[in-house]
Design a protein around this ligand. Structure first.
Ligand code: HEC
Ligand code: HEC
Length: 244
């Protein structure tokens, strides 16, 4: 009898221990569910007015340099990426030269920064986004700037623009995760202007879109998965046809 009681006690005790252990494992996970906010922030960084389904401002962004290529194109020059780049490095990255060069610095200096400090930057006179997006949008953007930036040089060789991933593995990922929408040749959907192979001339943009999704489209975000999967896919994309 005594043994039996002890035995039951032990099982109940283990049950409690397990419940406590599980609550510790699960609670921090859901509290830390930042990935979806960061991914949406990444899409806002790409083209915020498409994400929130509004029109781009009619007048050009006040901080866009008047003598640069997109000075008269408000639709372009209000996008964060237009001044700060797909690699988040602004003038120190891929936009150091070429038609997208503005001379403006990257956002990498605020990686890890307090999100309120980032929101203040976005709402200051230089940026002028106050009133154009709501509180949830600013939170997502700030989470992206603070926690969502990648050091792309770790994954993409800057000089050759090639991914450091494995194209053979990437083919399997692409054919199972992406091909239903993009076709095995990366030339779908029909209204996509350039094939995914062609888009690899800008691997930083493609990496940003794989991690965060495409604004206002049914495309998933791979942010929650291991980065190796993303860069393996990138390596495979570079092998796909450049023409439709
Ligand atoms: C038209 C150009 C332009 C656009 C578009 C733009 N920015 Fe900026 N951004 C700037 C300039 C210029 C600075 C530097 C301001 C300064 O140093 O006073 C800056 C600075 C920043 C900084 C601070 C970087 C640091 O290290 O101090 C962050 C963060 C930032 N921008 C995020 C964003 C986000 C997010 C968006 C889109 C919602 C955006 N920016 C859109 C021009 C732009
Ligand atoms: C549920 C459908 C769907 C899935 C799955 C999907 N995408 Fe997309 N993706 C889209 C749509 C729709 C677009 C917008 C195409 C356009 O520009 O017309 C898009 C756009 C893109 C773009 C940007 C194209 C551009 O013109 O700017 C890239 C890059 C991309 N997808 C890569 C991928 C990769 C890689 C995967 C797999 C990890 C993937 N997508 C999975 C639907 C999907």
């Amino acid at each position: 009898m005594k043994t039996g009681t002890n035995h039951r006690f032990t099982i109940t005790g283990m049950g409690v221990l397990l419940a406590v252990a599980l609550s510790f494992m699960i609670a921090p996970l859901s509290a830390a569910e930042l990935e979806s906010s960061i991914a949406r922030g990444g899409q806002l960084y790409d083209k915020w007015y498409a994400v929130i389904d509004t029109d781009a401002p009619k007048a050009s962004h006040p901080a866009y340099p008047a003598d640069k290529k997109y000075a008269k194109k408000a639709k372009s020059n209000w996008r964060c990426k237009e001044c700060h780049g797909w690699d988040y490095r602004g003038v120190d990255g891929a936009y150091a030269s070429g038609k997208h060069n503005t001379g403006i610095k990257g956002i990498n200096g605020m990686a890890g920064a307090d999100t309120n400090a980032i929101i203040n930057v976005l709402q200051d006179q230089t940026h002028d986004y106050a009133g154009k997006m709501d509180a949830a949008d600013f939170t997502d953007l700030a989470n992206f700037v603070s926690r969502g930036q990648e050091n792309m040089d770790q994954y993409i060789d800057r000089a050759s623009k090639s991914s450091k991933g494995n194209a053979v593995k990437g083919e399997v990922y692409f054919n199972t995760l992406c091909a239903q929408c993009h076709g095995k040749n990366g030339d779908q959907p029909k209204d996509m202007k350039k094939t995914l192979g062609k888009q690899m001339s800008n691997p930083w943009e493609v990496m940003h879109k794989i991690l965060n999704g495409q604004p206002d489209e049914q495309m998933p975000s791979l942010r929650a998965l291991d980065r190796q999967i993303t860069i393996d896919i990138l390596a495979h994309l570079a092998t796909l046809p450049k023409k439709k």
